[in-house]
Design a protein around this ligand. Structure first.
Ligand code: B12
Ligand code: SF4
Length: 458
């Protein structure tokens, strides 16, 4: 069999991310490619920078699919199937809504796939694909395959990412982790992670774990074992998990240059409402200074649109982030992903603006009605905030306050600043000629082709 694996990227996200300098490659499909053994062969197409041709020869097409990519992936899957190529869909969105995904696939893989993907491959070879595969989560992460990074082309320094753990002990109401993955915290043997990292040809890489420091004992062992490898890396952690100076010192010695902190908000009420009060706003500055003292930069995850947010939140966050000296920030619009408590609450209260999943990307669109401002005000505030945060003056001020790795921070910020100029297709707020503003817009536009009617910022 010739197996074609696709990493999709819808036009909105691609337009948004173009120009940023930290777009590390997605790991999913190179990872699944590792299961394909001779006599079968495997080809990888990454839409971030490659075209996908539905006429390409393939005996099986595998596509990963998150929620914002769903319409785009369904159209792609339909095009492959129209040419007689069987399609298997997996990843977050097919896991959350398998019946919806099944309308566009010959098989749907629900959840983690270590125990089901080999069965899918065998069934496809025998011409007996089943409609749904479930129960693929491994009990242990020992002996996991290594991703086929050799299949990644043209990603240069950004080719290498790795995962050491799965799971997170927290339950933030906007997060999909518990619905998409087996919630048990699991850890790969330290020596396996380090051996995999040693194979990287680049001097830099990223951990794609949700919370690398979830278990401080495991983290410390991993960091100590990584130190002799001599590579530089970044990882996602919570601010609360960085209170331990021993851990931070070990991270710095092991090559950590940047920690991504899901701060989400500078508004305590907003954090409380989404179950994230373990982020203590008053402690942000001190916590960030502690990380800086170890020579590690901070990339903050910031989200706007929580129920505690009114239109003053943008200025409040700009002030807070600048004072705290965050080196960089990933800024998002709150997005109610299907299956989350947030989604259920907003659906119950009639606050979802659309079920066109292309609006659910957290970057180029607002998908719900915020509690204390209009959808337009949220979009405008978010846009204003990004322009201000990535203005020359603010970048220089933050870099000055941080004092850590100024060149790295200037480059990252310059990437985000450059990306501000990208033209993003479609309207940011769901609209349809004839619909009352804010009316629920069913997914009636062609996938990936947003409404061009009434709206802002075209
Ligand atoms: C790293 C990461 C990113 C990276 C890279 C994206 C990527 N997919 O690699 C970055 C930072 C760019 C990113 C961006 C976004 N992400 Co993200 N990301 C992750 C993260 C932390 C790890 C993904 C990963 O690499 N896992 C390791 C690989 C090997 O496994 P995997 O992808 O999970 O796949 C396994 C199974 O799902 C299954 N599988 C997956 N696809 C397929 C396909 C087939 C055919 C088969 C058989 C099996 C299968 O098999 C794998 C092995 O078990 C996950 C959370 C998590 N813990 O997984 C969130 C997660 C996937 N991201 C999420 C979101 C929301 C986003 C954004 C929309 C956020 C935003 N507002 O910008 C964007 C979307 C960007 C885009 N490209 O469209 C959500 C998805 C929710 C949803 N309903 O879609 C998750 C689950 C986070 C969460 N807490 O809710 N993300
Ligand atoms: S801490 Fe992060 S990964 Fe964990 S539940 Fe909250 S948002 Fe999700």
């Amino acid at each position: 069999m010739r197996i074609l694996l696709v990493t999709p990227e819808n036009p909105f996200i691609r337009a948004f991310r173009r120009g940023q300098l930290n777009n590390f490659a997605q790991l999913t499909m190179p990872y699944l490619a590792a299961w394909v053994r001779p006599p079968h062969d495997v080809v990888l197409r990454d839409e971030y920078h490659q075209q996908v041709d539905p006429a390409e020869r393939a005996d099986l097409v595998g596509i990963t699919c998150n929620t914002p990519n769903a319409g785009h992936v369904y159209a792609m899957a339909d095009a492959f199937r129209a040419r007689g190529r069987p399609v298997v869909l997996g990843g977050p969105h097919p896991t959350l809504l398998p019946e919806e995904a099944a309308q566009h696939a010959d098989a749907v893989v629900v959840g983690e796939a270590e125990n089901t993907w080999p069965v899918v491959l065998a069934d496809a070879a025998a011409g007996r694909l089943q409609p749904v595969y479930r129960g693929g989560a491994p009990d242990s992460l020992a002996g996991l395959a290594w991703a086929r990074r050799d299949l990644l082309r043209g990603r240069g320094l950004l080719a290498n990412t790795v995962v050491a753990t799965r799971g997170c002990p927290h339950r933030c109401s906007f997060c999909n982790l518990r619905q998409v993955y087996d919630p048990r915290p699991r850890f790969r043997p330290v020596e396996e992670v380090v051996a995999e990292v040693r194979t990287f040809r680049t001097p830099v890489f990223t951990f794609w774990d949700d919370q690398l420091f979830m278990d401080p004992h495991y983290a410390l062992r991993l960091l100590r074992a990584l130190q002799p490898v001599g590579k530089r890396w970044a990882a996602m952690v919570t601010l609360a998990s960085t209170r331990d100076d021993t851990l931070l010192a070990a991270a710095a010695a092991a090559g950590c240059t940047c920690l991504f902190l899901g701060l989400e908000s500078f508004a305590p009420e907003s954090l409380r409402l989404v179950g994230k009060s373990f982020n203590v706003v008053e402690a942000y500055r001190e916590g960030i200074e502690r990380i800086h003292r170890h020579g590690i930069a901070v990339q903050a995850g910031l989200v706007f649109g929580f129920d505690g947010d009114d239109s003053s939140v943008f200025e409040q966050t700009l002030r807070g982030a600048t004072r705290a000296g965050v080196d960089g920030a990933t800024v998002s619009i709150l997005t109610p992903f299907p299956g989350t408590p947030l989604f259920h609450n907003l659906a119950r209260d009639g606050r979802l603006l659309t079920r066109d999943w292309s609006y659910y990307n957290g970057k180029t669109a607002v998908a719900f009605r915020p509690a204390r401002m209009t959808p337009q005000a949220l979009w405008e505030g978010y846009t204003w905030f990004r322009r201000r945060l990535f203005s020359r003056a603010c970048i220089l001020e933050r870099v000055r306050r941080s004092g850590v790795r100024p060149l790295q921070s200037l480059l990252l910020n310059w990437g985000y600043r450059r990306a501000l100029a990208n033209r993003i297709p479609g309207d940011p707020v769901p609209c349809s000629p004839g619909d009352a503003p804010g009316a629920l817009v069913p997914a009636k536009h062609p996938p990936g082709d947003r409404c061009q009617g009434v709206g802002l910022h075209r």
